[in-house]
Design a protein around this ligand. Structure first.
Ligand code: ATP
Length: 349
């Protein structure tokens, strides 16, 4: 069993009458990369600020290495936090920005110089040591902020939406860099994001939050393939929901809410195969795949028209020449269907 390194025990946070966090408990192992994922306002940043010591929980404890650090001041926790806005000092050079925290800790001049050079090399910014933040791009400033946070070799690194201010290309690159730095330093890392792709690509474990509560904890594969609730299924990745009895008449639970990911719906390309008839309403080219929006042909005269979204690899879509108004046959592989209680659905977001 891996040793629990950081544990969050029954943490609640109220702002006046408003409950931002409700009895949040989970443990994080050393060297893990955790993403706190959830819609805006679900309490991710509040939890991160409590871990950093910038906020006190109303109830509950934070335990690091077996010690209760709930009331310990931020600077004495061995936890560093990097904010969304890089919060660099504009009038200090890159090197001075990184040196700042080390000076406060009374490091010697030589030790500071060595450390600054080491962390700048880690983020590939050796050349920028003498520049001012204003002379750097957003991505470079974010890397300086990252270098500054890791210079102190904290036990735990907290990242609050570190990539959200950057454009898509830079964001992709920095995702990999943050992950690489994590692997090089072995620092336990907790990152807040509302971006499901970011969480899926970067995390060892995702903590999904909704309305101040943890609703699922698991590996990216777990939360994507085996979501515990319709909320998680819907929040992470695209998904189709439909009622249980329409296609799968032999399922015993007529009250089931069924769901299937767009990439799991199969388009049959042989006239002879039996399948569910549908019409292509629109087609979106997405690069490596096409996303089709289909209207299922309603043979049972049900009152609810059923629309499905499906993703087809580009090569298959081109081979089958899919286009608007085309009639197609679908198959929903039973082993790919997710089944929920119908009343478990509250809606995401
Ligand atoms: P986002 O992704 O939008 O930053 P979040 O999940 O990080 O959202 P939090 O910033 O943790 O959400 O906020 C959770 C809730 O607590 C929000 O409704 C917010 O308005 C409220 N809240 C946060 N800080 C305070 C505060 N100091 N006083 C009052 N309410 C607050």
């Amino acid at each position: 069993m891996t040793q629990s390194h950081l544990s969050i025990q029954g943490v609640s946070k109220r702002f006046g009458l408003y409950t931002a966090l409700e009895h949040v408990s989970f443990a994080i192992s050393q060297h893990e990369f955790i993403c706190l994922l959830g819609p805006s306002g679900c309490g991710k940043s509040t939890l991160l600020r409590i871990l950093a010591g910038l906020e006190q929980p109303t109830t509950g404890r934070i335990v690091l290495h077996g010690q209760d650090i709930t009331t310990r001041p931020p600077a004495e926790r061995g936890i560093a936090m990097m904010f969304q806005s890089y919060a660099l000092f504009p009038n200090l050079t890159v090197a001075e920005n990184i040196a700042f925290g080390l000076r406060e800790k009374k490091w010697t001049r030589t030790a500071i110089q060595e450390k600054v050079a080491e962390v700048l090399a880690m983020v590939d910014l050796e050349q920028a040591a003498g520049k001012y933040p204003g002379q750097l791009s957003g991505g470079q400033q974010q890397r300086v902020a990252l270098a500054r946070a890791i210079a102190l070799a904290p036990d735990v690194l907290l990242l609050d939406e570190p990539l959200s201010a950057l454009d898509a290309k830079v964001r992709q690159k920095l995702r990999r860099e943050i992950r690489r730095l994590h692997e090089e330093t072995g620092m336990t890392t907790i990152m807040v994001t509302h971006d499901q792709d970011e969480a899926l690509t970067m995390a060892d474990k995702i903590v999904v939050m909704d309305h101040g509560e943890v609703v699922q904890i698991g590996t990216p594969e777990d939360v994507y393939n085996r979501p515990d609730s319709p909320f998680v299924a819907d929040f992470i990745g695209a998904i189709n929901f439909f009622e249980g009895t329409r296609f799968v008449g032999h399922l015993p639970d007529a009250n089931a809410l069924l769901a299937i990911r767009p990439e799991h719906v199969r388009l049959l390309d042989h006239e002879t195969e039996c399948g569910i008839p549908a019409v292509v309403e629109s087609v979106e080219f997405r690069g490596s795949f096409y996303r089709l929006f289909l209207q299922v042909q309603d043979e049972q005269e049900s009152t609810i028209p059923l629309r499905l979204t499906i993703d087809l690899p580009a090569a298959s879509a081109q081979r089958m020449r899919v286009k608007r108004d085309q009639k197609v046959l679908l198959e929903l592989p039973l082993e790919k269907l997710l089944v929920f209680e119908r009343d478990a659905w509250k809606g995401a977001g």
